[in-house]
Design a protein around this ligand. Sequence first.
Ligand SMILES: [Fe+2]
Ligand SMILES: [Fe+2]
Length: 294
Amino acid sequence: MSTPEDSASLYGELFESARRLSFDLRDNEINAEIAVDRYGMTPEWSPLYGTPTWNRMTDSERMQLTRREVSHFLGVAIWLEVALQIVLLRRNHSADPTRADVKFLFNECADENLHSLMFVGAIEQLGERHSPLDRLLVFVGWLFRTFAWAEIAYGIVLAGEEIFDVMQRDWSIDDRVAVAVRRSSHVHVVEESRHMTFARQKIRDHLRDASRFRRNVSAVLIAVGAHIIAKGLINKGIYRDLGLDWRVAKHEIDRNEHHRMMFRRATAPLVEFLDREGLLNTVARKIYRQSNLL
Ligand SMILES: [Fe+2]
Ligand SMILES: [Fe+2]
C-alpha cells in the first residue's frame, strides 16, 4: 500500500511531466480541413453500428450520423470537464497551494479548459452544433457538483476519463475520421493519462483508512455516476434531428450486441481498477451490468 509520501512524490512527477509535454490546440492546423467525406468518429463506436437502421444508410448518411454523435459525445466530455473543476476546486479552495497534489490540480484544470476549447473547435470544424443535454444529466450534474466528495468525486471523474480514453485511442489513429477529431483525440489521450493516474492515486489516498461501509457506499455511487455518463452519451435529440424515429433507434440500440460489446470495452480498465481497490460490490456490479458496462 502506498504511503502519503509516495503519493506526494507521484503528484510531483505528474506535475513535471505536464510541464515537459502539454499541448494547446486552440489555434492550429486542425483548422485546415473541413471534410465532408469523413466520419466524425470511428464508425464502430456509433451506438447504431450494425443495426437495420445503420445497414439501410448510405456511407454519407453514416458519416453525417457519426459527426452528429461525436459532437454530442464531446459535449458530454466538456460537461464532465467543467463539473470536475467545480467539485475539485471547491474542495481545495483553502488548501495549501504549494502542495504537490494541489499544484497538479491547478495544472489539470488548465488542461481541462483547453480541452473544452479544443472540443468546441472540433465541433465547429465538423460544422455541427451543441445538442442540449438530457434533463436527467443536467440534474445529476447539479447533484455531483453540490454533493460529491473525496473518492466519489474522483471515481466519477475517472469513469468519464476512462470511457473517453478507450474511445479516443481508436479515433486518434483512424484515417476514416475527420482530422479535427483525430488530432484532438490524440492530445486528449496523452494529457488524460496523467489525469487518470492522479485520480486513481487520489482514490487510494482517500480510501487508505476507510471503513468497509464507506467503501460500499462509494462503490455504489461511483457505479451510478458511470451509468449516467454512459446513458447520457445516447441523446434522443440527435437521432430526431437526423429524421430517425427515436423509438425505433432506441429499440435497436438497446438490442445491439455490438454496441454493448464496445461499451464493455470502454469501461474494462475502469472496472478492473475498481475491482482491485475493493469498489465493486454486488450492487455496483448489478448497476454496471444494467448499463452494459460489465
Ligand atoms: Fe479533458
Ligand atoms: Fe481530465
